[in-house]
Ligand binder design. Structure first.
Ligand code: URA
Length: 230
């Protein structure tokens, strides 16, 4: 397998970060979701036919989410862009390529996680989601979280972080802490959006610190019985 060992240094070099050697073995990839459960099928069908906000009128298609339904890590972005709207899958454009590198670098490649967005439809012209659109769409993400029951969530970007945590605190202040999402207090870490990192490569070093935080938390949370995870 030409796996992380080969790819990670490329990402770290692209970030301008010193090479870092793993002490732990690479975790085996979780199997891809084969047949979705009834819950997933019902939810996906609801999202496909959603007309709760005005975005349904301009979308090509909804973008539900992708990955294994057995994922420990749920990555949450903002909303589909033009590429995602065309292909029906989150993070398939340039930002998606960088997200894939980030996931590989932290030994959680795309096929082992679940990826979804706060909004399931593209805001025209890639404008920020309107509060009303977030209000309409968040319950779908909440139901995805209920079905997935991830150990850890990674909010990428200001919009995802602020929407999930119901705050207007700047992303720079949300990074570096373990937050709790929703009524179950699902552990949540915040990092920069890959599209922002493409525009501001100087921030990539901080994003790598966030990804290492995710790695450490996953190890810690795996060691905890579910009842004590908060
Ligand atoms: N940006 C996001 O936040 N989500 C996507 O799916 C694509 C780009």
């Amino acid at each position: 397998m030409r796996g992380d060992a080969a790819l990670r240094p490329q990402y770290l070099e692209a970030l301008g970060i010193d090479r870092w050697m793993a002490r732990r073995p690479v975790a085996a990839a979780a199997p891809q979701a084969g047949g979705a459960t009834g819950g997933w099928d019902v939810l996906a069908a609801e999202v496909r036919s959603c007309t709760l906000c005005g975005l349904h009128a301009t979308r090509t298609q909804t973008v539900f989410g992708v990955g294994t339904t057995r994922a420990e890590l749920l990555v949450v972005g903002e909303a589909p862009g033009a590429d995602e709207d065309r292909q029906g899958e989150p993070f398939v454009g340039r930002a998606g390529q960088l997200l894939n590198s980030m996931l590989r670098a932290m030994r959680a490649p795309r096929e082992t996680v679940y990826i979804a967005n706060v909004l399931k439809c593209r805001p025209p012209g890639n404008r920020d989601p309107a509060p009303e659109e977030v209000r309409c769409c968040l319950p779908y993400l909440q139901r995805q979280i209920d079905l997935l029951a991830p150990r850890l969530m990674l909010a990428v970007g200001r919009i995802a972080a602020q929407s999930l945590l119901a705050t207007d605190t700047p992303i720079g202040k949300l990074r570096g802490a373990l937050h709790g999402f929703g009524t179950h207090g699902t552990p949540l870490i915040v990092t920069y959006h890959p599209a922002y990192l493409l525009r501001s490569p100087g921030e990539k070093r901080k994003s790598w610190a966030d990804l290492r935080f995710v790695q450490r938390e996953l190890v810690r949370l795996r060691a905890m019985p579910p009842a004590t995870v908060a």
